[in-house]
Design a protein around this ligand. Structure first.
Ligand code: SAM
Ligand code: ZN
Length: 203
């Protein structure tokens, strides 16, 4: 395989990971959510880039060939396309789910803080922001008041999340949400319900 010119130049000598993780974060054990989680080492302002994932792009059929053990770190990035982390697990792989998250997606692979995060808090996204198929479903251990219980690849369909995470869904899911909303509006206007009723002139 051809040598990476960036590696050869030494420009990446200070970077020990392939994926980006903010220096404001550190990996720590979290047994309630598998093994590890990512935590704030210092206060983090809203809108901070926390993680940028990298790896290999695989289709759903290819993903099905990849064994689940040892842990398989993967995120869906498009219809039938997934980003698979390769090599040894890195801190960026340890972003857990919470039903009351403090971080969200900007595009498909960038994780940003959605609000100010205190030192010591675990950084979590809601996997409904990224997952549109059943490749990573589990019983949630987030323990928040609004915990959904089981996390599934269908959670993005929940209308209550559309407003809460506006601007933080992966673009392919945002497209699906717009399509669902459009279909809903069409149904409402055909049935004459108030949602879709057009303004009428009063004579
Ligand atoms: C990308 S990994 C996150 C890192 C994982 N905690 C680890 O140590 O390998 C995703 C997996 O972590 C676990 N996980 C993440 N969030 C969780 C949560 N809220 N409750 C229970 N398990 C969780 C699930 O097993 C899920 O399939
Ligand atoms: Zn939960």
């Amino acid at each position: 395989m051809a040598e990476d010119p960036l590696e050869r130049s030494g420009a990446l000598a200070s970077r020990s990971h392939r994926q980006y993780v903010s220096p404001l974060l550190e990996a720590r054990e979290n047994r309630k959510k598998g093994l590890m989680g990512l935590y704030a080492r210092a206060p983090i302002p809203p809108g901070e880039v926390l993680v940028v994932w990298a790896g290999r792009i695989v289709t759903g059929a290819e993903l099905a060939q990849v064994p689940q053990e040892p842990a398989r770190y993967v995120v869906q990035i498009e219809e039938d396309l997934y980003l698979l982390s390769v090599g040894e697990p890195e801190p960026a792989d340890f972003i857990n789910h919470s039903c009351e998250p403090n971080a969200g997606l900007r595009g498909q692979i960038v994780v940003v803080s959605m609000r100010a995060i205190e030192a010591g808090e675990e950084v979590c996204i809601d996997y409904a922001m990224s997952d549109g198929s059943p490749y990573d479903e589990f019983e949630c251990g987030c323990g928040t008041p609004s915990c959904r219980g089981r996390i599934t690849g269908e959670d993005w369909r929940r209308p209550e999340l559309w407003e809460r995470y506006a601007g933080y869904f992966s673009p392919y899911l945002q497209r699906r949400i717009e399509a669902l909303r459009g279909a809903e509006r069409g149904r409402a206007s055909r049935s004459g319900s108030p949602v879709g009723r057009q303004p009428q002139s009063v004579r």
